[in-house]
Ligand binder design. Structure first.
Ligand SMILES: [Zn+2]
Length: 143
């Protein structure tokens, strides 16, 4: 197995479902972050069989709401002085702003570029969110 040194300070996005790592890398725009980033793919995992891991040095502000929408198996580890100081299991967020568009084409959040779409979780199992403005239910297809 490839050995990758741990990071001194930063974020480790662990237990990513194998194959989703690159997608998250692009969705979080990590290439343009300006910090050293490592993307490991198809790493053997006891829990998942195979998993992807993303390590970001000197950066701890990852969007856990977005990660929860993408892949609820993810664990986010915050590293300080080579030690894990915080571990977060991501979940489907209760409130989401700006990560996807309302399914109603006539919604003000789609027609006015200055209106940020805001949604509240409507039903977790179907990943359905209700729009704050028009109450349209939008199902998040990210999986
Ligand atoms: Zn709407």
């Amino acid at each position: 197995m490839i050995k990758v040194a741990g990071i001194k300070r930063g974020t480790v996005i662990d237990h990513v479902t194998a194959g989703k790592g690159l997608w998250i890398f692009n969705k979080l725009n990590l290439a343009s972050l300006g910090h050293p980033v490592v993307l490991l793919m198809n790493v053997p995992s006891e829990r998942l069989g195979r998993k992807d891991i993303i390590k970001i040095e000197d950066y701890t502000q990852v969007d856990t709401a977005m990660l929860g929408l993408i892949d609820a198996t993810i664990t986010v580890n915050i590293i300080e002085n080579e030690q894990v100081v915080a571990k977060t299991q991501v979940t489907l967020p209760q409130v989401v702003s700006g990560l996807f568009a309302c399914g109603n084409p006539r919604c003000v959040s789609n027609s006015d570029q200055y209106v940020m779409p805001i949604f509240e979780l409507y039903e977790a199992e179907s990943r359905a969110y209700a729009c704050e403005y028009c109450e349209e239910i939008t199902k998040v297809a990210w999986k």
